[in-house]
Design a protein around this ligand. Structure first.
Ligand code: IPM
Ligand code: MN
Length: 356
């Protein structure tokens, strides 16, 4: 029997209840046979920082990097827990994304059945694109320098040719894997940037075209970031894969989430050449923790992406179909604020029931 070692970071706030829900669903998948998941828990996040003085120990980071096939991570962060420089402690983004060199942040925006888009009048599947966010450089190169108030400060937007080559390659490979056919508008990579103003983004766009030359049957499109924000609202159905710098990807993936029922419904992968971890795109919402209000669908869809990464795409598809089926049948209903009726346990059971 194939066994994959998986690390689990339960996270802060609603993290543990979401991760439990995802583990219930994964349990239903593995119960079908074929492979096993062998879990080990890693203590990391804001609460870990409060208790131990580090958000993730170097040993644990090394463990995540070398000893497991993938990591399933809940959201982390507690607003009152701060590093001495004023930044929110336990935000593992910097530690894990850089530490694991997880350079591709893959963030699908898919309108599921039974979910009403804030845009109105969009059918299920009418929004189905993936933002590939560069995860290790860009404007986030300034992270770790503190957020104190001063009269004037500057941040660095770092774009390297190597970093852009690898993220663009990922985007084109993903577009190739997603299928579609030349000419149908769904076999395309859109480069989003502000290359009319920023030198760093001009390098990003130039490098994008360099990579595009290796993928002749995938269409290319370029959009300035402001125009892209508008287009993702006015014509979201036109997009397939979008690739962009770190900060733009942060902003536009929340915009995308808002159009598909809320960011609570969005999973993501942080994928490098060696390590990868999977998490929802939203935060830890400590104010609703433990009240049975959290929506675990983003976490469950992140777990499905983890199955894809482990080369169990058939099982990943089963989980996505189970989520879609439960929503379509009304077993789970999404409220306008993005929460789900029944809470995390009921949602997990409704999804798991479709997998048995
Ligand atoms: C995300 C989050 C993080 C980011 C925060 C928590 C630092 O918003 O994963 O999108 O900006 O990358
Ligand atoms: Mn974000």
């Amino acid at each position: 029997m194939q066994v994959h070692d998986i690390a689990v970071i339960r996270g802060d706030g609603i993290g543990p209840e979401l991760v439990d829900a995802a583990l219930t669903v994964l349990g239903a998948v593995t119960a079908k046979g074929g492979f096993e998941l062998n879990y080990s828990e890693v203590d990391a996040g804001a609460d870990t920082y409060r208790r131990t003085g580090v958000a993730c120990s170097p040993e644990d980071l090394e463990y995540l990097r070398t000893a497991v096939a993938a990591t399933l991570k809940g959201p982390v962060g507690l607003p009152d827990v701060r590093f001495p420089d004023g930044t929110e402690a336990g935000l593992l983004g910097g530690i894990l994304r850089i530490g694991l060199d997880a350079y591709a942040n893959v963030r699908p925006a898919l309108l599921l059945p039974g979910v009403t888009s804030a845009l109105g009048g969009v059918p299920a599947g009418g929004i189905d694109y993936v933002i590939v966010r560069e995860n290790t450089e860009g404007l986030y190169a300034s992270r770790g320098k503190g957020v104190g108030n001063r009269w004037a400060v500057s941040d660095t937007l770092m774009t390297t040719r190597e970093g852009t080559l690898r993220i663009c390659r990922r985007a084109f490979e993903l577009a190739a894997a997603r299928g579609g056919a030349p000419g149908d508008g769904k076999h395309r990579v859109t480069c989003v940037d502000k290359s009319n103003v920023l030198r760093s983004h001009a390098l990003f766009r130039e490098t994008f075209f360099e990579v595009a030359a290796d993928f002749p049957d995938i269409e290319t499109e370029v959009l300035y970031a402001d125009a892209a924000a508008q287009a993702l609202v006015l014509r979201p159905g036109d997009f397939d894969v979008l690739v962009m710098e770190n900060f733009l990807g942060d902003v536009l993936s929340d915009l995308g989430g808002a159009t598909v029922g809320g960011i609570s419904l969005c999973g993501s992968g942080n994928i490098g050449d060696v390590s990868a971890y999977f998490e929802p795109i939203h935060g830890s919402a400590p104010s609703i923790a433990g009240q049975g209000l959290a929506n675990p669908i983003g976490q469950i869809l992140a777990a499905a992406m983890m199955l894809d990464h482990l080369h169990h795409t058939a099982e990943g598809d089963l989980v996505r179909a189970a989520v879609a089926g439960a929503l379509e049948a009304g077993d789970i209903r999404i409220r306008p604020d993005g929460s789900a009726t029944g809470g995390p346990v009921a949602v997990a059971e409704a999804v798991a029931a479709r997998l048995t």
